[in-house]
Design a protein around this ligand. Sequence first.
Ligand code: KG4
Ligand code: ZN
Length: 334
Amino acid sequence: MGITILAIESSCDETAASICRDGKILSNIIATQKVHEKYGGVVPELASRAHMQHIVPVVDQCLVEAGVVLKDLDAIAFTQAPGLIGALLVGAQFARSVALALGKPLITVHHMQAHVLANLIEEPSPKFPFLCLTVSGGHTQIVLCESPVKLTVIGETIDDAAGEAFDKSAKILGLPYPGGPLIDRYANLGNPKAFIFPEPKIPALDFSFSGLKTAILYFLQEQMKANPHFIEERLNDICASIQHRIITILLNKLKKAAIETGIHEICLAGGVSANSGLRKAFTEAGKKYQWNTYFPSIEFCTDNAAMIAITAYYKYRAGDFAADDATPTAKAGW
Ligand code: KG4
Ligand code: ZN
Protein backbone atom coordinates (compact mmCIF):
# COMPACT_ATOMS: atom_id res chain seq x y z
CA MET A 1 0.00 0.00 0.00
CA GLY A 2 2.96 2.35 0.40
CA ILE A 3 4.24 4.38 3.33
CA THR A 4 1.30 6.19 5.00
CA ILE A 5 2.07 8.93 7.53
CA LEU A 6 -0.17 11.07 9.75
CA ALA A 7 1.44 14.44 10.52
CA ILE A 8 0.42 17.01 13.14
CA GLU A 9 1.38 20.71 13.16
CA SER A 10 0.62 22.80 16.26
CA SER A 11 3.58 25.17 16.65
CA CYS A 12 1.66 28.45 16.65
CA ASP A 13 -1.97 29.37 15.93
CA GLU A 14 -2.98 26.73 13.37
CA THR A 15 -4.05 23.24 14.39
CA ALA A 16 -3.30 21.14 11.32
CA ALA A 17 -3.16 17.49 10.27
CA SER A 18 -2.23 15.82 7.00
CA ILE A 19 -1.95 12.32 5.57
CA CYS A 20 0.77 11.58 3.06
CA ARG A 21 1.25 8.29 1.18
CA ASP A 22 4.53 7.75 -0.63
CA GLY A 23 5.18 11.48 -0.81
CA LYS A 24 1.68 12.29 -2.12
CA ILE A 25 -0.59 14.42 0.08
CA LEU A 26 -3.99 12.72 0.51
CA SER A 27 -5.49 15.30 2.89
CA ASN A 28 -4.49 18.59 4.48
CA ILE A 29 -6.78 20.06 7.16
CA ILE A 30 -6.21 23.35 9.00
CA ALA A 31 -8.17 24.99 11.82
CA THR A 32 -7.07 28.61 12.15
CA GLN A 33 -7.54 30.11 15.60
CA LYS A 34 -9.58 33.29 15.41
CA VAL A 35 -9.32 33.91 19.17
CA HIS A 36 -6.07 35.95 18.85
CA GLU A 37 -7.33 38.64 16.47
CA LYS A 38 -8.51 41.05 19.14
CA TYR A 39 -5.18 40.90 21.00
CA GLY A 40 -3.04 42.00 18.04
CA GLY A 41 -0.84 38.88 18.23
CA VAL A 42 -0.88 35.23 19.26
CA VAL A 43 -1.60 34.67 22.98
CA PRO A 44 0.31 31.47 23.88
CA GLU A 45 -2.05 30.13 26.55
CA LEU A 46 -5.11 30.69 24.35
CA ALA A 47 -3.31 28.94 21.50
CA SER A 48 -2.65 25.83 23.64
CA ARG A 49 -6.30 25.63 24.70
CA ALA A 50 -7.58 26.08 21.15
CA HIS A 51 -5.22 23.30 19.96
CA MET A 52 -6.74 20.98 22.57
CA GLN A 53 -10.24 21.76 21.30
CA HIS A 54 -9.34 21.38 17.62
CA ILE A 55 -6.93 18.48 17.45
CA VAL A 56 -9.38 15.55 17.58
CA PRO A 57 -11.86 16.91 14.99
CA VAL A 58 -8.99 18.05 12.72
CA VAL A 59 -7.33 14.61 12.77
CA ASP A 60 -10.71 12.88 12.30
CA GLN A 61 -11.49 14.96 9.23
CA CYS A 62 -7.99 14.44 7.91
CA LEU A 63 -8.39 10.63 8.09
CA VAL A 64 -11.87 10.70 6.51
CA GLU A 65 -10.78 12.93 3.61
CA ALA A 66 -7.78 10.72 2.92
CA GLY A 67 -9.90 7.54 3.11
CA VAL A 68 -7.42 6.19 5.65
CA VAL A 69 -8.07 4.41 8.96
CA LEU A 70 -5.69 4.41 11.91
CA LYS A 71 -4.46 0.87 11.30
CA ASP A 72 -3.26 1.92 7.79
CA LEU A 73 -0.70 4.30 9.33
CA ASP A 74 3.02 3.42 9.23
CA ALA A 75 4.23 6.37 11.34
CA ILE A 76 3.02 9.45 13.22
CA ALA A 77 4.87 12.74 12.82
CA PHE A 78 4.70 15.99 14.76
CA THR A 79 6.36 19.41 14.74
CA GLN A 80 9.01 19.29 17.46
CA ALA A 81 10.44 22.82 17.14
CA PRO A 82 10.51 25.76 16.97
CA GLY A 83 7.28 27.28 18.28
CA LEU A 84 5.22 28.06 21.36
CA ILE A 85 6.06 25.37 23.87
CA GLY A 86 2.50 24.87 25.16
CA ALA A 87 1.16 24.70 21.62
CA LEU A 88 3.84 22.24 20.50
CA LEU A 89 3.13 20.06 23.56
CA VAL A 90 -0.49 19.48 22.50
CA GLY A 91 0.54 18.12 19.09
CA ALA A 92 3.44 16.14 20.56
CA GLN A 93 1.32 14.46 23.25
CA PHE A 94 -1.41 13.65 20.77
CA ALA A 95 1.07 12.14 18.28
CA ARG A 96 2.84 10.16 21.02
CA SER A 97 -0.47 8.75 22.25
CA VAL A 98 -1.53 7.63 18.77
CA ALA A 99 1.89 6.10 18.08
CA LEU A 100 1.85 4.27 21.41
CA ALA A 101 -1.71 2.97 20.91
CA LEU A 102 -0.92 1.72 17.38
CA GLY A 103 2.60 0.49 18.14
CA LYS A 104 3.95 2.63 15.26
CA PRO A 105 7.10 4.77 15.12
CA LEU A 106 7.23 8.49 15.81
CA ILE A 107 8.97 11.03 13.58
CA THR A 108 9.88 14.52 14.81
CA VAL A 109 9.98 17.36 12.30
CA HIS A 110 11.64 20.78 12.42
CA HIS A 111 9.07 23.38 11.35
CA MET A 112 11.55 25.48 9.34
CA GLN A 113 12.91 22.45 7.46
CA ALA A 114 9.33 21.53 6.67
CA HIS A 115 8.65 24.99 5.19
CA VAL A 116 11.60 24.40 2.83
CA LEU A 117 10.48 20.90 1.84
CA ALA A 118 6.96 22.15 1.07
CA ASN A 119 8.59 22.79 -2.31
CA LEU A 120 8.71 19.00 -2.86
CA ILE A 121 4.93 18.55 -2.49
CA GLU A 122 4.00 19.65 -6.01
CA GLU A 123 5.45 19.27 -9.51
CA PRO A 124 7.63 20.63 -10.92
CA SER A 125 9.83 20.43 -7.84
CA PRO A 126 13.41 21.75 -7.50
CA LYS A 127 16.37 19.52 -8.24
CA PHE A 128 19.07 19.09 -5.58
CA PRO A 129 21.13 21.00 -4.68
CA PHE A 130 18.83 24.01 -4.40
CA LEU A 131 18.64 27.23 -2.38
CA CYS A 132 15.55 28.25 -0.44
CA LEU A 133 14.65 31.67 0.93
CA THR A 134 12.43 30.84 3.89
CA VAL A 135 10.44 33.82 5.12
CA SER A 136 7.97 33.33 7.95
CA GLY A 137 6.58 35.10 10.99
CA GLY A 138 9.54 34.14 13.17
CA HIS A 139 12.38 33.35 10.75
CA THR A 140 14.19 34.60 7.67
CA GLN A 141 16.74 32.17 6.30
CA ILE A 142 18.63 31.20 3.18
CA VAL A 143 18.96 27.42 3.23
CA LEU A 144 21.27 25.26 1.13
CA CYS A 145 19.46 21.97 0.42
CA GLU A 146 21.69 19.13 -0.72
CA SER A 147 19.12 16.39 -0.08
CA PRO A 148 15.77 16.16 1.77
CA VAL A 149 17.69 15.35 4.93
CA LYS A 150 20.73 17.57 4.40
CA LEU A 151 19.73 21.21 4.86
CA THR A 152 22.13 23.95 5.98
CA VAL A 153 21.28 27.52 6.97
CA ILE A 154 23.76 29.80 5.16
CA GLY A 155 22.17 33.15 6.06
CA GLU A 156 19.56 34.41 8.52
CA THR A 157 18.14 37.44 10.23
CA ILE A 158 20.07 38.97 13.09
CA ASP A 159 16.92 40.57 14.57
CA ASP A 160 13.33 40.67 13.26
CA ALA A 161 11.99 38.22 10.69
CA ALA A 162 10.52 39.36 7.35
CA GLY A 163 7.05 38.42 8.61
CA GLU A 164 7.59 40.57 11.69
CA ALA A 165 8.65 43.45 9.45
CA PHE A 166 5.29 43.14 7.68
CA ASP A 167 3.26 42.63 10.86
CA LYS A 168 4.98 45.37 12.91
CA SER A 169 4.70 47.86 10.03
CA ALA A 170 1.02 46.98 9.75
CA LYS A 171 0.58 47.57 13.47
CA ILE A 172 2.18 51.03 13.18
CA LEU A 173 -0.35 51.73 10.40
CA GLY A 174 -3.20 50.67 12.68
CA LEU A 175 -3.99 47.49 10.71
CA PRO A 176 -5.10 44.30 12.52
CA TYR A 177 -2.90 41.22 13.11
CA PRO A 178 -1.54 39.52 11.08
CA GLY A 179 -0.89 42.55 8.90
CA GLY A 180 1.22 40.87 6.19
CA PRO A 181 -1.70 39.85 3.95
CA LEU A 182 -3.28 43.32 4.36
CA ILE A 183 -0.09 45.15 3.36
CA ASP A 184 0.02 42.84 0.33
CA ARG A 185 -3.55 43.81 -0.60
CA TYR A 186 -3.06 47.59 -0.22
CA ALA A 187 0.38 47.46 -1.86
CA ASN A 188 -1.21 46.15 -5.05
CA LEU A 189 -3.03 49.50 -5.34
CA GLY A 190 -0.06 51.75 -4.52
CA ASN A 191 3.20 53.09 -5.92
CA PRO A 192 6.23 51.12 -4.61
CA LYS A 193 8.55 54.08 -5.29
CA ALA A 194 6.37 56.69 -3.51
CA PHE A 195 8.55 56.66 -0.38
CA ILE A 196 12.10 55.37 -0.12
CA PHE A 197 12.98 53.43 3.05
CA PRO A 198 16.63 52.56 3.82
CA GLU A 199 18.26 49.24 2.93
CA PRO A 200 20.45 48.01 5.83
CA LYS A 201 24.08 47.11 5.14
CA ILE A 202 24.49 43.70 6.78
CA PRO A 203 27.52 41.51 6.03
CA ALA A 204 27.49 38.06 4.37
CA LEU A 205 24.11 36.47 3.71
CA ASP A 206 22.41 37.71 6.87
CA PHE A 207 19.41 40.02 7.14
CA SER A 208 18.21 42.77 9.46
CA PHE A 209 14.71 44.24 9.60
CA SER A 210 14.51 46.10 12.90
CA GLY A 211 16.05 49.31 11.51
CA LEU A 212 13.46 49.39 8.75
CA LYS A 213 10.65 49.18 11.29
CA THR A 214 12.13 52.15 13.20
CA ALA A 215 12.65 54.15 9.98
CA ILE A 216 8.99 53.58 9.06
CA LEU A 217 7.85 54.64 12.54
CA TYR A 218 9.87 57.90 12.50
CA PHE A 219 8.83 58.66 8.93
CA LEU A 220 5.14 58.28 9.77
CA GLN A 221 5.45 60.31 13.00
CA GLU A 222 7.00 63.18 11.01
CA GLN A 223 4.36 63.04 8.28
CA MET A 224 1.48 62.86 10.76
CA LYS A 225 2.72 66.04 12.45
CA ALA A 226 2.24 67.90 9.17
CA ASN A 227 -0.91 66.02 8.12
CA PRO A 228 -2.84 63.94 10.69
CA HIS A 229 -4.66 62.15 7.83
CA PHE A 230 -1.42 61.10 6.10
CA ILE A 231 -1.81 57.36 6.78
CA GLU A 232 -5.40 57.08 5.60
CA GLU A 233 -4.77 59.28 2.56
CA ARG A 234 -1.60 57.49 1.43
CA LEU A 235 -2.13 53.96 2.81
CA ASN A 236 -1.71 52.21 -0.55
CA ASP A 237 1.52 54.06 -1.37
CA ILE A 238 2.93 53.51 2.14
CA CYS A 239 2.17 49.77 1.98
CA ALA A 240 3.60 49.47 -1.53
CA SER A 241 6.81 51.27 -0.46
CA ILE A 242 7.26 49.16 2.69
CA GLN A 243 6.65 45.95 0.76
CA HIS A 244 9.02 47.04 -2.00
CA ARG A 245 11.87 47.58 0.48
CA ILE A 246 11.29 44.26 2.27
CA ILE A 247 11.34 42.49 -1.10
CA THR A 248 14.54 44.20 -2.28
CA ILE A 249 16.31 43.34 1.00
CA LEU A 250 15.31 39.69 0.56
CA LEU A 251 16.07 39.35 -3.14
CA ASN A 252 19.42 41.16 -3.00
CA LYS A 253 20.67 38.60 -0.45
CA LEU A 254 19.22 35.73 -2.45
CA LYS A 255 21.05 37.00 -5.52
CA LYS A 256 24.28 37.11 -3.51
CA ALA A 257 23.70 33.53 -2.30
CA ALA A 258 23.10 32.33 -5.87
CA ILE A 259 26.36 33.92 -7.03
CA GLU A 260 28.38 32.57 -4.09
CA THR A 261 27.08 29.01 -4.38
CA GLY A 262 26.68 28.89 -8.16
CA ILE A 263 23.24 27.31 -7.64
CA HIS A 264 20.42 28.25 -10.00
CA GLU A 265 17.61 26.07 -8.60
CA ILE A 266 15.94 28.49 -6.18
CA CYS A 267 12.79 28.33 -4.04
CA LEU A 268 10.70 30.45 -1.73
CA ALA A 269 8.99 29.11 1.38
CA GLY A 270 7.16 30.21 4.54
CA GLY A 271 4.15 32.42 5.20
CA VAL A 272 5.65 35.57 3.65
CA SER A 273 6.20 33.68 0.39
CA ALA A 274 2.42 33.98 -0.02
CA ASN A 275 3.08 37.69 -0.71
CA SER A 276 2.06 38.47 -4.28
CA GLY A 277 4.72 41.17 -4.74
CA LEU A 278 7.49 38.84 -3.56
CA ARG A 279 6.31 36.01 -5.82
CA LYS A 280 6.24 38.37 -8.81
CA ALA A 281 9.63 39.99 -8.10
CA PHE A 282 11.18 36.55 -7.45
CA THR A 283 9.86 35.20 -10.76
CA GLU A 284 11.22 38.28 -12.56
CA ALA A 285 14.62 37.87 -10.84
CA GLY A 286 14.60 34.25 -12.01
CA LYS A 287 14.17 35.33 -15.62
CA LYS A 288 16.85 37.99 -15.28
CA TYR A 289 19.48 35.77 -13.63
CA GLN A 290 18.55 32.46 -15.34
CA TRP A 291 17.33 30.78 -12.17
CA ASN A 292 14.78 27.98 -12.19
CA THR A 293 12.30 29.36 -9.64
CA TYR A 294 9.79 27.51 -7.47
CA PHE A 295 7.33 28.36 -4.74
CA PRO A 296 4.61 26.27 -3.11
CA SER A 297 0.89 26.93 -3.62
CA ILE A 298 -0.37 29.41 -1.03
CA GLU A 299 -1.90 26.66 1.16
CA PHE A 300 1.58 25.11 1.53
CA CYS A 301 3.35 28.48 2.18
CA THR A 302 1.54 29.45 5.36
CA ASP A 303 1.59 27.01 8.27
CA ASN A 304 0.17 23.61 7.36
CA ALA A 305 0.68 19.94 8.17
CA ALA A 306 1.27 18.75 4.58
CA MET A 307 4.80 20.16 4.82
CA ILE A 308 5.31 18.23 8.07
CA ALA A 309 4.04 15.07 6.36
CA ILE A 310 6.33 15.38 3.32
CA THR A 311 9.36 16.00 5.56
CA ALA A 312 8.40 13.00 7.70
CA TYR A 313 8.14 10.86 4.58
CA TYR A 314 11.77 11.59 3.68
CA LYS A 315 12.86 11.03 7.28
CA TYR A 316 11.00 7.68 7.25
CA ARG A 317 12.89 6.66 4.11
CA ALA A 318 16.16 7.68 5.77
CA GLY A 319 15.25 5.60 8.87
CA ASP A 320 15.30 8.72 11.03
CA PHE A 321 12.80 7.85 13.80
CA ALA A 322 12.37 9.52 17.21
CA ALA A 323 12.28 7.98 20.67
CA ASP A 324 8.76 7.08 21.97
CA ASP A 325 9.08 9.86 24.55
CA ALA A 326 10.37 12.60 22.21
CA THR A 327 9.50 16.03 23.57
CA PRO A 328 9.13 19.38 21.82
CA THR A 329 11.44 22.35 22.34
CA ALA A 330 10.54 26.01 21.87
CA LYS A 331 13.81 26.91 20.16
CA ALA A 332 16.07 24.60 18.20
CA GLY A 333 18.70 24.72 15.53
CA TRP A 334 19.01 21.73 13.29
O1 KG4 B 1 5.00 30.57 8.04
P1 KG4 B 1 3.89 31.26 8.74
O2 KG4 B 1 2.47 30.92 8.35
O3 KG4 B 1 3.99 31.08 10.29
C1 KG4 B 1 5.23 31.01 10.95
O4 KG4 B 1 5.83 29.92 10.96
O5 KG4 B 1 5.65 32.10 11.41
O6 KG4 B 1 4.14 32.83 8.53
C2 KG4 B 1 3.30 33.79 9.09
C3 KG4 B 1 3.75 35.15 8.57
C4 KG4 B 1 3.04 36.32 9.25
O7 KG4 B 1 4.03 37.27 9.60
C5 KG4 B 1 2.14 36.87 8.15
O8 KG4 B 1 1.89 38.26 8.24
C6 KG4 B 1 2.96 36.55 6.92
O9 KG4 B 1 3.47 35.27 7.17
N1 KG4 B 1 2.15 36.54 5.69
C7 KG4 B 1 2.30 37.47 4.72
C8 KG4 B 1 1.34 37.15 3.72
N2 KG4 B 1 0.66 36.03 4.12
C9 KG4 B 1 1.17 35.67 5.33
N3 KG4 B 1 3.14 38.51 4.62
C10 KG4 B 1 3.05 39.26 3.53
N4 KG4 B 1 2.16 39.04 2.52
C11 KG4 B 1 1.30 38.00 2.58
N5 KG4 B 1 0.44 37.78 1.58
ZN1 ZN C 1 5.66 28.53 9.79
